[in-house]
Design a protein around this ligand. Structure first.
Ligand code: MN
Length: 264
């Protein structure tokens, strides 16, 4: 066995790892257990952002599923309609999610749009979940904003291209503190609003969703195994619109922690 292989196989002692951790000022949540040794993965391995819960816990974000056209009025304002056969969704990268009060205005757009959404957090994964099981795997909920390069999305639609460039960029998934289901229970109805600089832009109720959270989880679990830390942005009510640098956005859902951010 040559030296390079050795260094990959031998676990760092936990003491050595603590030193590295302190040095970097980071806590690497990527650990792997090999033959009983818990070892940190590559130091440059991506750090998944961690969400905070109302009771002070932190958990890593895994994948980010975003449902499109889940409110009829929003589907209409986008010139479409709800697909009643199955939900339509796309994904953002986990590192597109931000919990910071200052959200960076992206490059490559002159028409950044806000979409306030209920974010459901998957606590325990599973495959092919029934609706009843889908309800049990919900960990909690938060207010989120699915930022969208609307100009790029329109181009993508015209050209029949994927929405990647329109939806998946740094800070495109703003998200607030997560309220666990153990605290708030199953959310079936709640007023959802978004104010920009104190002016009401979006307003609806999560009961207007064509597919509720359990239905979305059950659906997604038929396509891949859902895992702890998966987020589901459940779609936006009508009233989406343009925001610019310096705007203050306040997203609210009854019972959840308010999301209060600034575009910088
Ligand atoms: Mn959206």
């Amino acid at each position: 066995m040559n030296k390079t292989t050795m260094s990959l196989v031998l676990p760092l002692s936990m003491t050595a790892w603590k030193v590295v951790e302190r040095f970097n000022g980071l806590v690497n949540s990527h650990q792997k257990s090999i033959r009983g040794f818990v070892i940190p993965m590559n130091w440059n391995s991506p750090l998944h952002p961690e969400f905070l819960t109302t009771d002070g816990r932190r958990f890593s974000v895994n994948r980010v599923f975003c449902i499109a056209k889940n409110y009829e009025e929003h589907a209409k304002e986008m010139g479409g309609e709800i697909d009643r056969k199955s939900p339509f969704y796309f994904q953002k990268s986990f590192d597109a999610v931000t919990f910071e009060p200052n959200v960076r205005y992206p490059t490559y757009t002159d028409d950044l749009h806000h979409e306030v959404e209920l974010v459901a957090v998957v606590g325990k994964g599973g495959r092919n979940l029934s609706l009843a099981d889908a309800e049990t795997v919900i960990f909690g909920y938060a207010v989120g904003i699915d930022f969208t390069r609307r100009d790029r999305q329109m181009e993508a639609k015209e050209k029949g291209r994927p929405w990647e460039v329109a939806k998946n960029f740094d800070d495109s998934g703003a998200m607030g503190v997560v309220t666990p289901k153990t605290e708030i229970g199953l959310m079936r109805d709640a007023v959802i609003t978004l104010e920009v600089n104190g002016e009401l832009r979006q307003s609806g109720d999560i009961k207007q969703m064509a597919y509720n959270v359990a239905e979305l989880i059950a659906f997604l679990s038929t396509l891949q195994e859902l895992k702890s830390g998966d987020l589901i942005y459940t779609g936006t009510p009508s009233g989406v619109g343009r925001v610019i640098c310096g705007d203050r956005l306040v997203g609210k859902i009854d019972g959840l922690v308010t999301l209060d951010i600034c575009l910088v």
